[in-house]
Ligand binder design. Structure first.
Ligand code: AMP
Length: 219
């Protein structure tokens, strides 16, 4: 299955993508993670995008499109993938259709998580991840069971993203509403868009998404 998970920052795309990967054997491809890896490795791309990301703005289409094109042809994507954080502009959505067609692939569905802006600000402000295994947590909604210890791998180091603060989230929401939201109409026009209530609890959101995907697979 090849899917796009759409939704504003902190809508739960990463959490849901990991759960869907476990169920369907797909691979989560998060362009934000790929860009953060470039920054951490100090590559020329990393140097170029660092300040743009810190300001909560979008990286140029050229950079992310080339990065994604190289990623989806890797062998681990053969069983399918879930795009998390891409496309973010109509330009990227069109480029995705073109690169899939070029490689004999199609997009099975575009899943939108609908969440209110006010809820997103609260979600973003409390997010952190395990530095060892990448498991996501939240101060209020999903704290570690034992303080300071990752539930999944037992790690003790955690990371908070530099763009996960109240000021930057405001810029990221503006970018979402102005540059990313027009994608919804693009996908709706071709009948590929399915929307679910992202304000529901994590398990309910997973249930809504799997109901859609199971139906799609049996059709
Ligand atoms: P994310 O981890 O998806 O929240 O992305 C974090 C940041 O990375 C965004 O605020 C952008 O600066 C950048 N970014 C990630 N994916 C894209 C994309 N598809 N297009 C442009 N910028 C992106």
């Amino acid at each position: 299955m090849r899917l796009v998970l759409l939704g504003p920052p902190a809508a739960g795309k990463g959490t849901q993508a990991k759960r869907l990967d476990d169920r369907y054997g797909t691979v989560q491809i998060a362009t934000g993670d790929m860009l953060r890896a470039e920054i951490a490795a100090g590559t020329p791309i990393g140097l170029k995008v660092k300040e743009v990301m810190r300001a909560g703005q979008l990286v140029s289409d050229d950079i992310v499109i080339h990065m994604l094109e190289a990623r989806i042809v890797r062998p681990d994507c053969a069983k399918g993938f879930i795009l998390d954080g891409f496309p973010r502009t109509v330009e990227q959505a069109k480029a995705l259709d073109a690169m899939l067609a070029k490689n004999g692939m199609t997009l099975d569905a575009v899943l939108e998580l609908k969440v209110d802006d006010a809820a997103l600000i609260e979600r973003v402000a409390g997010r952190f991840t395990c530095a060892s295994c990448g498991e996501g947590y939240h101060d209020k909604f999903k704290p570690t069971k034992v303080p300071g210890t990752c539930d999944r791998c037992g790690g003790h180091e955690f990371i908070r993203r530099p763009d996960d603060n109240r000021e930057t989230i405001a810029a990221r929401l503006v970018a979402y509403h102005t540059q990313t939201e027009p994608i919804l109409a693009y996908y709706a026009a071709s009948g590929r868009l399915k929307s679910v209530d992202g304000m529901a609890g994590m398990d309910q959101v997973t249930a809504s998404l799997t109901a859609i995907l199971d139906q799609l697979r049996s059709a």
